[in-house]
Design a binder for this molecule. Structure first.
Ligand code: 5RP
Ligand code: MG
Length: 217
């Protein structure tokens, strides 16, 4: 099983602290995400500035697109994103349009699994050419007490069997990682665990150490 990557999610509502975290952590993580909150507040400039600051990193535009897949994908990829997220509730036509643009620009679409979706949906995304999905425990679900469980792990395994590479997110901390030791994980996406830490670099190292200990070098 290949080593999962570490993704920093920047969910600030203004650009300066996001850029300062990106600068601080860019050498400790593999992927930098222009978070939904940041992009809703700062727009395309968030993606442009992160691309400028981290020229060699994978940059994700976490826009959770629900419609206008072609237009938004052009905006995201032309601003410097490598990957863009589309919400699982989007019509298949939106997924297909966004995926077409991603292919033309050497990028990828990730489907955000929030709320209601089915394995038939997952098969349809895979058939349309999608290769990545994000298994997500929402902030609000987490705050209302939702924890990771066997049902999540079983769903993750089925999604892997369908052919989707999975990133996992939603209040993830280094201590959570052993739970996912039998799952083929593309990336762990961490926002608050890194940005809210007294020493973000130290926490990033904890993530990387856990990843190495569980999945090997
Ligand atoms: C919320 C998101 C966040 O970026 C993702 O959940 C990571 O942040 P955190 O680790 O703070 O949950 O996309 O919708
Ligand atoms: Mg995000």
């Amino acid at each position: 099983m290949s080593r999962p990557l570490l993704q920093l999610a920047l969910d600030y509502t203004e650009l300066p602290p996001a850029l300062s975290d990106a600068l601080l952590l860019r050498d400790s993580v593999d992927i930098i995400e222009a978070g939904t909150l940041l992009c809703l507040t700062e727009g395309l400039e968030a993606v442009r500035q992160l691309r400028k600051l981290c020229p060699h990193k994978i940059i994700v535009a976490d826009w959770k697109v629900a419609d206008a897949g072609e237009t938004l994908a052009k905006q995201a990829f032309d601003a410097g994103a490598n990957w863009m997220t589309v919400i699982c509730a989007a019509p298949l036509a939106t997924v297909e349009k966004a995926h077409q643009v991603a292919m033309e620009r050497g990028g990828e679409i990730q489907i955000e699994l929030f709320g209601n979706w089915t394995f038939d949906d997952a098969r349809a995304w895979h058939k349309a050419g999608i290769r990545q999905a994000i298994y997500h425990r929402g902030r609000d679900a987490q705050a209302s007490g939702q924890t990771w469980g066997e049902a999540d792990l079983a769903r993750m395994k089925t999604l892997s069997d369908i052919g989707l590479e999975l990133s996992i997110t939603g209040g993830i901390t280094p201590q959570d990682l052993p739970l996912f030791r039998d799952i083929k994980v593309k990336a762990f996406i961490a926002g608050r665990a890194l940005s809210g830490a007294a020493n973000p670099q130290h926490v990033a190292q904890d993530f990387q150490t856990q990843i190495r200990d569980i999945w090997g070098a």
